[in-house]
Design a protein around this ligand. Structure first.
Ligand code: TRH
Length: 369
């Protein structure tokens, strides 16, 4: 397929917000990435109101090619509105779309017509199973949809996976970014303030070692740019007079995803979490530390180690991640911004040589139609 000029397909993306913001964050990025390639997207979300800050105007139709709709996921009596069926249905993170909705959004393809494609977009991981399971078929064996089938599509970090979301022109925007005016425009300290002290973006859960990090000599004088919600609450609990002598904190409001990206571009250290902000920290090319989403069976331990292997993280960054994420109980290793940034830039170079997720998705769908 010529990916420069792909045919215009209509896509339905269903998103269940389980907790936090990453489910919708990823789905919105995917919708935007597809729309940027001329595709038409209906984004069905059970909490679309989160978009009011993540993508202001989205619910009112301000983004060409994207229509946001409420998905009454938990109401068994709700049926989808009468709409033209789509060409591609994406079930984000196995969100389980009721059979009546699948049948309505995506009726069986008529003989001789291009086939409709139903996909499950999975969570991001660097673990080896991702390459094995990417693009596997999953037939429906029973129930009203028996005989239909969907495909697994796995994002990932290597060429044998579905890749990462990266909108066209992102790196050009990143290169053209003017940090100082942007910081001033946000009411944040620019580089003239604090004699070169680093800016640290804090977007985490509740890392037990945060008090130690606040006292790391490499962050003396730092400006902590603190995201709302759990990061702000976590910092509030441990911020005291001794920390206030050596650092400053700046409470941030919710900002649009595009501004969130710029925040990561403008900071010398990005403490990110979940899934989407990790990917955006990679594109930012600054030193970063990942607070992985904790799973109760500790499945995130292997997931973190697999990511650190792929990242080719230097020993200091590996050790830091293990302590930051509670895998081992040891003092927090010192921050090494230059080494961590070098590692982040090398990882970004590797990723930029691979196709992005939306392009791969388009190619895959065209092959299956
Ligand atoms: O919020 P997260 O922790 O999200 C998730 C969820 O917990 C989800 O259930 C889990 O499956 C997933 O992680 C792995 O972190 P994440 O993924 O980084 O998503 C945050 C999103 O919020 C991201 O798209 C950026 C966006 N964001 C803004 O747009 N503006 C803001 O001001 C902030 C703080 C975040």
């Amino acid at each position: 397929m010529n990916c420069e000029h792909p045919p215009i397909l209509s896509w339905d993306i269903c998103c269940h917000v389980i907790d936090n913001w990453g489910d919708l964050g990823v789905c919105w990025r995917l919708a935007s990435n597809l729309a940027a390639r001329g595709q038409r997207v209906r984004l069905w979300a059970d909490q679309p109101e989160l978009l009011d800050w993540m993508a202001p105007g989205a619910r009112a139709g301000a983004f060409v090619g994207i229509e946001v709709r409420h998905w009454p996921r938990t109401d068994p009596t709700a049926l989808p509105p009468a709409l033209p069926p789509g060409d591609v249905l994406i079930e984000a993170f196995g969100c389980e779309i009721a059979p009546a909705w699948v049948a309505a959004l995506q009726p069986e393809s008529a003989p001789g017509k291009p086939r409709r494609v139903w996909l499950n977009l999975e969570y991001l991981s660097a673990e080896p199973y991702v390459e094995r399971c990417h693009q596997l078929a999953s037939p429906v064996m029973s129930g009203p949809l028996a005989g239909r089938g969907k495909w697994f599509f796995y994002p990932g970090f290597t060429p044998a996976t579905g890749g990462l979301l990266r909108e066209p022109g992102l790196m050009a925007q990143r290169a053209a970014f003017e940090r100082e005016p942007w910081l001033r425009g946000q009411g944040l300290p620019d580089s003239t303030d604090g004699g070169g002290a680093p800016r640290v973006t804090l977007f985490c859960y509740e890392p037990a070692r945060l008090p130690e990090l606040l006292r790391d000599p490499a962050l003396d004088g730092a400006h902590w740019l603190v995201a709302p919600g759990r990061p702000a609450a976590a910092l509030e609990r441990v911020w005291d007079a001794s920390v206030a002598l050596r650092a400053q904190r700046h409470a941030l409001p919710h900002v649009a995803q595009t501004e969130f990206d710029r925040l990561l571009w403008a900071s010398e250290l990005n403490l990110v979490r979940g899934e989407d902000s990790l990917v955006r920290a990679l594109w930012a090319g600054q030193a970063f530390v990942w607070h992985i989403y904790p799973q109760h069976d500790d499945a995130h331990h292997l997931k973190l180690e697999a990511f650190l292997d792929w990242l080719d993280a230097p020993p200091s960054l590996r050790a830091f991640h293990r302590v930051w994420n509670g895998l081992i109980d040891a003092p927090l290793p010192p921050v090494d911004l230059p080494a961590w940034r070098t590692c982040a830039l090398a990882a970004r170079d590797r990723l930029l040589r691979q196709d992005d997720l939306a392009s791969q998705l388009l190619s895959f769908v065209m092959k299956k139609r």
